[in-house]
Design a protein around this ligand. Structure first.
Ligand code: NAD
Ligand code: DAU
Length: 332
């Protein structure tokens, strides 16, 4: 593995993954191919000064653009996606274009070029909600919102390209990821930056929904393990093994930012809001991976990062973001 195409590498997890790969593998070259949507941000890659790294602006939904990029590389890791559930509820067009058509274009290019490996970075949301126990990779998918349905669509195409054409596709299903450089529409950076500004925290429904929190470095190491030790045609869960109710997460953020519970604003629930996500990561753990970040340490470090890096998020929380915020939260 010498040349890696990372699609969507200017987003949250992709940019952390690129930093991790460059540091871990001195002989590896990385091409970052990203459309730079509202969520793509070259500030996420600021400070990378390395001849082994290059950036191409492009859209995976544009077959003519993605083909030549795939041809330049041996391995493809796809992060590019519409990634926010609430935005997929406001309008799903871009989710279908990127998460289904874009993934199809990548697979077609990988088939033509004979790529060594394609890793489709997917999500535990494809399983849907589970009241008790944890989903295994052998369980059927049951996505319940346009985002997770589009991710499941991309996955199924990937598996079909493995079985039909022998394209060496692997799939990862990570849980809710947190850490530096996460766009502040997602609950953890949204609530943290709102709390810093003494603004209300809009908590959906009864606040008792459960998410499994995975530190971004642990997610990146999990993806690396799938790439290097996982098998083509296989799916791997990447769990944080750290389930929390949203209300508990909210109180922790308030404590760490020195704010009171009066900032919590209960708002109307998300339509089709999945109650609980939980996945079993035994399959990946058998390959040597395990989540390493302790929750108390991880959330404290993450909140501190947003406190110390206002330069990064203040410019995001303007313009398009404010328009989105109004559409999403006004009259709720
Ligand atoms: P993000 O929204 O922060 O980043 C997405 C990136 O993809 C952005 O840089 C954006 O510009 C780029 N992009 C979007 N459409 C594109 C297109 N058509 N062509 C090229 N680039 C495009 O997302 P994230 O949170 O970093 O998630 C990355 C991947 O991981 C996604 O596939 C997501 O489904 C998956 N995932 C995310 C989480 C999470 O908690 N954030 C958990 C599990 C899996
Ligand atoms: O589980 C993995 C998924 O985690 C990823 O595939 C997605 O890309 C990622 O966005 C995330 O999806 P969620 O919908 O779980 O994340 P979000 O941060 O939007 O919401 C987390 C929980 O917090 C969820 O139960 C809804 C709640 N929430 C969210 C927002 C934005 C609120 O209560 N208020 C909010 O304002």
């Amino acid at each position: 593995m010498t040349r890696m195409l990372v699609t969507g590498g200017a987003g949250f997890i992709g940019s952390n993954f690129i930093r991790y790969q460059l540091a871990a593998y001195p002989a590896l070259e990385i091409v970052n191919f990203d459309k730079l949507t509202y969520a793509g941000n070259l500030d996420n890659l600021r400070g990378i000064d390395d001849a082994r790294y290059s950036f191409v602006r492009g859209d995976i939904a544009d077959a003519d653009a993605i083909g030549p990029a795939v041809e330049r590389c041996d391995v493809v890791v796809n992060f590019a996606a519409g990634s926010h559930v609430d935005r997929s509820i406001l309008g799903a067009d871009e989710f279908i274009e990127t998460n289904v058509t874009g993934v199809y274009n990548l697979l077609e290019a990988a088939r033509r070029h004979g790529a060594e490996r394609v890793l489709l970075v997917s999500t535990d949301e494809v399983y849907g909600s589970i009241d008790e126990g944890s989903f295994k990779e052998t369980d059927p998918v049951g996505p319940r919102n346009p985002y997770s349905a589009s991710k499941a669509g991309g996955e199924l195409l990937g598996l079909s390209y493995f079985h039909t054409f022998g394209v060496p596709v692997s799939i990862s299903r990570g849980s809710n990821t947190y850490g530096p450089y996460q766009y502040p529409e997602k609950v953890l950076p949204l609530f943290t930056t709102n709390a810093i500004d003494n603004e209300p925290l809009p908590l959906y429904g009864d606040g008792r929904n459960v998410r499994d929190w995975l530190y971004v470095d642990d997610h990146c190491r999990g993806l690396d393990c799938v790439l290097r030790h996982g098998a083509p045609g296989e799916i791997y869960n990447i769990a944080g093994e750290n389930e929390r109710e949203n209300i508990a997460l909210t109180h922790r953020i308030l404590e760490l930012t020195g704010r009171g519970a009066d900032l919590i604003r209960p708002v109307k629930d998300r339509p089709g809001h999945d109650r609980r996500y939980s996945i079993d990561a035994s399959k990946l753990k058998a390959l040597g991976w395990r989540p390493q970040m302790d929750w108390d340490e991880g959330i404290a470090a993450t909140v501190r990062w947003y406190q110390e890096n206002e330069w990064w998020w203040r410019k995001i929380k303007s313009g398009e973001f404010l328009e989105y915020y109004r559409r999403q939260y006004a009259n709720r």
